[in-house]
Design a protein around this ligand. Structure first.
Ligand SMILES: [Zn+2]
Length: 511
């Protein structure tokens, strides 16, 4: 084992102890609130489904589309249908392949903007709104009895070829069907046509307006509700114990970056932000107890600034610049929409619509240090086939080599892993381990009950509110000392934290 990994190993072992305690403590669930939320989500989802189907009908004419079919969704959103899917897969090099020991997505065919647009035009048909008419061949029955050679009606009954057995013919009009989203590069391509997943749609939404924006917004919410119901509501219901406590299991060695994951139920991949309704079901187990959450502000942005030693990032943090407003001003969208883009360049993101790419170039110029650091990381990955964080943590990139475009294979991960890993696998665990030590030394009845990415959650005994706040603050702000003790350097980026407290995990107010 490389000697540089010793501090990482030590931290992981300490974390194992802390996490086993956090797991045993678990989170107290209010089952009545859970049921109430299940009903609300279900009702909202059903209403949305109806509205989405109405909008789809409005946009497609009589051509039937199903929201659960990726082909139909692609057609509905992008107004195009792939002529030959086999050829489509070949041209864009879609699918999976064996690389090393695992199956990985194949490398997409790279194309210039013009080349891409031309290929899409050549390989797809524009969809037009249709009007359904009774099939003249079968009279709407969908079945025909072919006449025999002698002209008498035959006994055999066959499916009508003209209408495919539906009895309906869809006659195209001159109006383009669907919501006319415009794919920008080969990364938008999917086997069904074009991608319709949450991230793609979120990225696209800043360029949409009118019906298309309304549909995409409703569809994104609809999908989120399905996940909420299956992952969180059902997940909690199925895992709650007799004392109405759930014990999510934490895993340190599942994600590639070293960030924690959890299961039974999954409490890590929650929507960001503090407005996620399901948090309301988590309450204190103590009578008149409270839930206290400590969050690091802009942890990943600050970590990227620190790792890159980017002067502008340090300045922005010191001056309290609102980075999302800057993004919004460059892209020309709302601050809320801008949030999906602000940090994308930190992770080596380069593709997108014209206004998004304008922002990415602006970012590259504004944060020169980060840009140079991305270049250094790629050189290191190509030369050594691995990269090393200041903490000694290493990431292997066995396939790293230069492409003809002057970037390294796996560029996104090469740029992303250090930020995510240092923030959520090195820094936050160090603070959590310290908090656990402080808690045990103080012999508190309050308990650490959860941690998600850049936050720590405490179930606070009513008589220990002040001491919990004090210890949370002390532990979370200890990053400069922690890094010095563990790794021999000081994390010198200003550390920002937000502490919130309340009667459940949703209704929190600032401490
Ligand atoms: Zn027919």
């Amino acid at each position: 084992m490389s000697k540089s990994l010793v501090p990482t190993l030590k931290l992981s072992l300490e974390m194992t102890n802390v996490l086993s305690r956090v797991e045993r403590n678990g989170l107290r669930i209010n089952l009545d609130t859970l049921e109430q939320i299940r009903e609300e989500y279900t009702r909202e989802m059903e209403e949305l489904e109806e509205r989405l189907n109405d909008m789809a009908r409005e946009a497609m004419g009589d051509t039937p589309v199903s929201l659960t079919s990726p082909d139909d969704r692609s057609m509905l959103l992008y107004s195009r249908k792939v002529k030959d899917k086999k050829e489509w897969r070949r041209v864009f090099n879609l699918g999976m392949e064996q690389r090393g020991a695992t199956m990985k997505p194949k490398q997409r065919t790279r194309m210039s903007r013009g080349e891409f647009n031309q290929t899409v035009r050549r390989m797809t048909d524009v969809m037009y709104k249709t009007r359904g008419e009774q099939c003249p061949k079968c009279g709407g029955f969908g079945r025909v009895s072919p006449t025999k050679k002698d002209g008498t009606p035959g006994k055999a009954i066959r499916i009508c070829k003209t209408c495919g057995g539906t009895g309906i013919l869809y006659v195209p009009s001159n109006t383009v069907a669907g919501f006319k989203l415009v794919p920008t590069d080969s990364y938008d391509v999917a086997t069904a046509g074009f991608k319709t997943d949450k991230n793609t749609l979120e990225m696209r939404s800043s360029d949409l307006s009118g019906d298309a924006l309304e549909f995409v917004t409703a569809y994104t919410r609809y999908n989120a509700l399905r996940t909420y119901l299956s992952t969180f509501v059902e997940g909690i219901k199925n895992n709650v114990d007799k004392k109405e406590i759930i014990h999510p299991e934490f895993m340190q060695c599942v994600t590639a970056t070293g960030r924690l994951s959890s299961r039974n139920p999954n409490f890590q991949n929650m929507p960001r932000g503090n407005t996620f309704e399901i948090r309301k079901v988590v309450e204190s187990r103590f009578e008149d107890g409270l839930i206290l959450e400590g969050d690091y502000s802009q942890l990943e942005f600050r970590v990227a600034g620190f790792l890159a030693k980017d002067a502008q990032a340090y300045l922005d943090v010191e001056e309290g610049t609102d980075v999302h407003s800057y993004t919004a001003s460059v892209i020309g969208c709302t601050r809320q929409q801008a949030k999906a883009h602000t940090f994308k360049p930190l992770y080596g993101g380069v593709s997108g619509t014209e206004s998004q790419r304008r922002y990415y170039s602006a970012f590259k110029e504004k944060y020169e240090g980060v840009t140079e650091w991305h270049d250094r990381l790629q050189r290191e990955a190509v030369e050594k086939r691995y990269i090393t964080l200041p903490s000694g943590r290493q990431y292997a990139f066995p396939n790293a080599r230069w492409t003809q475009y002057g970037t390294a294979v796996g560029r996104t991960n090469i740029c992303n892993y250090p930020v995510q890993g240092f923030a959520t696998a090195d820094l936050l665990p160090a603070a959590l381990v310290r908090l656990d030590k402080l808690f045990r030394a103080a012999d508190l009845r309050s308990i650490i009950c959860n941690t998600v990415h850049d936050s720590i959650v405490i179930d606070v005994h009513p008589q220990e509110k002040d001491v919990c706040i004090k210890l949370m603050r002390e532990a979370m702000l200890s990053l400069p000392q922690e890094t010095m003790e563990r790794y021999g350097f000081r994390y010198d980026m200003p550390v920002g934290i937000e502490l919130k407290i309340g009667k459940n995990w949703l209704d929190l107010h600032d401490v």
